[in-house]
Design a protein around this ligand. Structure first.
Ligand code: NDP
Length: 396
């Protein structure tokens, strides 16, 4: 039985908290720390979550060390924002706690997604016998584990991977993002990038598009984007020649995004407003719907998976491994929408496997470096069933 500290209680964090609270055989004591207390208090009162609540600014390493020293957590799940990854990793090293997250570090002043900053901690975690488990959400996370499973069970050699992500749901708002708006819009508006024959190929943001078939959803327009799992999969899937990431967007969503970009609302550099410095994208976040509040009337489903082409026993084949998640099922289980839910459930499972000792290796480890089998068994058990099919559609 292990003590757990969860940092962040937002859209995805609230799912992690609720799911972990149902696993008292693994987590003996659950602490939640966040910048403000409202969301944690609400979970404690309305969902009867047995949690100890703390206020902490996770940008402040010293404050984190003080808090963690008073709790002595075995494991810390970082469900705050990517900006806090390094301060939380530092604090974990200082107090001797294992670490789990769902998104790689980004500096605030530049939308640059790269594992280097976190991989640089490998030797320090290794020396202390601690594990830092990186990217344990859905994408990155489950998608990486689908690739590890394909490498272990389905293929002798993987040639190409297309990670395809579709949200075919309707939240009823003209424009809203499904996870933290600031992080989401930074991700979508950066240039596209994919891995081909050992090199990065860069494309203009959302300039490459095609209609892609999603099981249980149908054909949807999908856009090539950079996503961080490409970087770690290129390192860990042996001999892979190409890895791309595609996400669907409606024309209406793209029109809103274009307007917001054109008027300067997605800028991440500071501007002066009424004698005060503000960042337009952070202001925009405050006026957009909160992703945690989208669940109630959200209809439809997400379909996220990996289309993998390669060879087995001398034959070429294309398989798709995927999950379909209904927004209403996520709401019924955790008052969440499917994007928060598909992020939170894998983070809980990663921490569970780490605390049970099933996944335990010192150093900084991406999820696809661990054995996919126990994780995929738990994924079915805790609300995210997955399937493997022969994929008979073309991705150009
Ligand atoms: P939210 O904005 O809904 O929640 C973020 C939480 O972090 C809030 O509780 C917030 O507290 C807290 N927080 C923010 N800054 C600090 C700080 N300095 N100190 C302490 N707490 C802080 O975000 P999401 O739940 O949508 O996203 C959480 C993480 O999940 C992000 O890193 C995101 O990139 C990642 N993600 C990963 C996905 C995947 O599949 N791998 C998919 C979707 C998201 P407060 O409300 O008090 O400010």
């Amino acid at each position: 039985m292990k003590k757990l500290l969860i940092i962040g209680a937002g859209s995805a964090g609230s799912v992690v908290i609720q799911k972990c609270c149902r696993l008292s055989s693994v987590f003996s004591e659950i602490h939640v720390a966040s910048r403000t207390l409202e969301k944690s208090n609400e979970l404690k009162s309305t969902k009867k979550c047995a949690i100890h609540i703390h206020r902490c600014d996770a940008d402040d390493t010293e404050a984190l060390i003080t808090l963690m020293s008073s709790i002595s957590p075995y494991c810390v799940i970082n469900m705050a924002l990517p900006y806090q990854d390094l301060s939380i990793m530092e604090a974990c090293l200082s107090v001797g706690a294992h670490y789990v997250d769902t998104a790689n570090y980004e500096p605030r002043d530049k939308a640059e997604f790269c594992y280097k900053w976190q991989w640089d901690y490998h030797e320090r975690f290794k020396e202390k016998g601690l594990m830092a488990l990186l990217g344990c959400g859905f994408d990155p996370g489950v998608t990486n584990i689908f690739c590890a499973y394909a490498q272990k069970e389905l293929f002798d050699q993987i040639h190409t991977i297309d990670i395809i992500d579709c949200n075919a749901g309707d939240h009823g708002h003209p424009f809203a993002t499904n996870f933290n708006p600031e992080i989401n819009i930074r991700e979508i508006t950066q240039d596209g990038k994919y891995w081909k024959n050992g090199q990065w190929v860069t494309t203009k943001a959302l300039s490459e598009e095609q209609s892609i078939y999603f099981p249980e959803v149908g054909h949807k327009d999908a856009y090539l984007m950079y996503h961080e799992e490409i970087e770690s999969l290129a390192k860990h899937i042996k001999g892979v020649q190409q890895i791309r990431f595609w996400m669907t967007f409606s024309q209406e969503y793209l029109t809103y995004l274009n307007v917001l970009q054109n008027v300067g609302m997605t800028r991440i550099d500071p501007i002066q407003y009424n004698g005060q410095e503000i960042i337009p994208l952070q202001f925009l976040k405050e006026v957009l719907p909160n992703p945690s509040d989208l669940g109630e009337g959200y209809t439809g489903k997400t379909c996220i998976g990996c289309v993998i082409h390669g060879e087995k026993n001398g034959k070429t084949l294309t398989k798709m491994i995927y999950n379909v998640c209904e927004h209403q099922q996520a709401y019924k289980d955790c008052d969440a929408q499917a994007v928060g839910y598909t992020t939170g459930v894998p983070a809980m499972i990663g921490a569970k496997l780490l605390c049970e000792g099933t996944w335990m290796e010192s150093g900084v480890i991406n999820v696809e470096q661990c054995d996919p089998t126990p994780f995929l068994e738990d994924l079915k058990k805790y609300g995210l069933p997955w399937k493997v099919i022969d994929y008979e559609h073309r991705i150009i």
